[in-house]
Design a protein around this ligand. Structure first.
Ligand code: GLY
Length: 363
């Protein structure tokens, strides 16, 4: 069974297909005619899926001009890698119809999408995400980019793909820690947008984490559908609607930065800790019912996620890192806060005292 979600933005509409075994028949599922393409992937993903994807595309009449394999990890989201990739691709005399296929997790998707956005001022691209985090978040909605010395994702473009093909079978080769980290973003959708989905997750979290295909397909499809609805309303994050997707991220990004993006904290784990902090902040401002933060923490714990940082960090250090948040306006921090589970908003005017109190409690 294949679920289809449509992302309908001002820059164009495209399908997100979610199902099992989609890679083997990739060409059949693509909503674009076969032509010339290039494949971008990383060393780890290449070992598992490169040959399957190439064979499937070629069987449907695609001519793949080159396969560019980058090093796995956040370090590849750099100008140096973009320069190398673009030069390698341009050596193959591509034209504006040549399709960039991004096969991998969030790093490959962000990087390949950015290269597609700037090559010949824009060539089509297709996302084929292979991690849970990329399947439910980064491959959908057109955020592409690389990191800068000043912070993550500070250079990039909004550039929508022509299709997102999600084969949930790729999760079978994903380490358990990555599945749990991806789960944090799934839980986020329930928290900000859909209490019924949150309730369903309470019932089904263990099934989902143990790799049950039907549960995974349903969770990925609902996450993508919520993201599609939000992106359709606010593609370029100008109206405080898309910013809701950043629930827990102001705290989470600060923690990732404090950990220097090392292995102590995966992005999804930082988001889990950040969501508990954001819920505590909402509670301390009497915005949401008392006990909400503890309910959220209980659920995330049951999914094997951290709800406190795994290292010590002082409130003041957190505040310093949070100042880099992209939601800030004129130096004033803004937070995604909860009215209740399933209903979020972007708020400012949080006093330094309230923030410090919550940081003292949660760090
Ligand atoms: N990951 C947040 C967004 O796509 O807006």
């Amino acid at each position: 069974m294949i679920e289809t979600v449509t992302v309908d933005t001002a820059s164009g509409a495209y399908p997100v297909l979610i199902g099992s075994g989609l890679l083997e028949n990739l060409g059949v599922h693509l909503p674009i005619e076969a032509g010339r393409g290039v494949l971008i992937t990383d060393e780890n993903v290449a070992q598992h899926y490169r040959d399957t994807v190439l064979a499937a595309l070629e069987a449907s009449g695609w001519k793949i001009l080159c396969v560019c394999t980058v090093a796995a990890g956040e370090g590849s989201k750099s100008f140096a890698t973009v320069e190398k990739l673009c030069n390698e691709i341009l050596e193959n005399a591509i034209d504006r119809g040549t399709v960039v296929f991004a096969l991998g997790g969030g790093v490959v998707g962000d990087l390949a999408g950015f290269a597609a956005a700037i090559l010949l001022r824009g060539v089509p691209f297709v996302q084929i995400p292979t991690t849970l985090l990329a399947q439910v978040d980064s491959s959908v909605g057109g955020k592409t980019g690389i990191n800068a010395p000043s912070g993550k994702n500070l250079i990039g473009a909004f550039y929508q793909p022509k299709a997102v093909i999600i084969d949930t079978d790729t999760l079978k080769t994903l380490p358990e820690r990555e599945i749990r980290a991806g789960y944090a973003e799934i839980a986020k959708y329930g928290l900000i947008y859909d209490v019924a989905f949150w309730d369903w997750l309470q019932e089904n979290v263990q099934k989902l984490l143990s790799g049950d295909s039907a549960a995974l397909r349903r969770a990925v499809a609902r996450s993508c559908a919520i993201k599609a609805e939000i992106v359709a309303k606010d593609e370029k994050e100008t109206d405080d609607i898309r910013a809701l997707l950043n629930f827990g991220h102001t705290f989470g990004h600060a923690l990732e930065r404090a950990a220097e993006y090392d292995d102590r904290l995966r992005h999804g784990e930082a988001v889990a800790v950040g969501m508990v902090m954001a819920a505590n902040l909402s509670e301390s401002l009497a915005l949401c019912p008392q006990g909400t933060a503890e309910d959220i923490a209980d659920h995330l714990r049951s999914a094997g996620l951290p709800v406190k940082p795994p290292f010590s960090i002082a409130p003041q250090e957190m505040m310093d890192y949070m100042r880099y948040d992209k939601k800030s306006r004129a130096g004033v921090l803004r937070f995604v806060l909860l009215w209740e589970i399933g209903r979020a908003f972007v708020g400012d005017g949080v006093s330094e005292d309230s923030l410090t109190g919550v940081l003292r409690k949660c760090l």
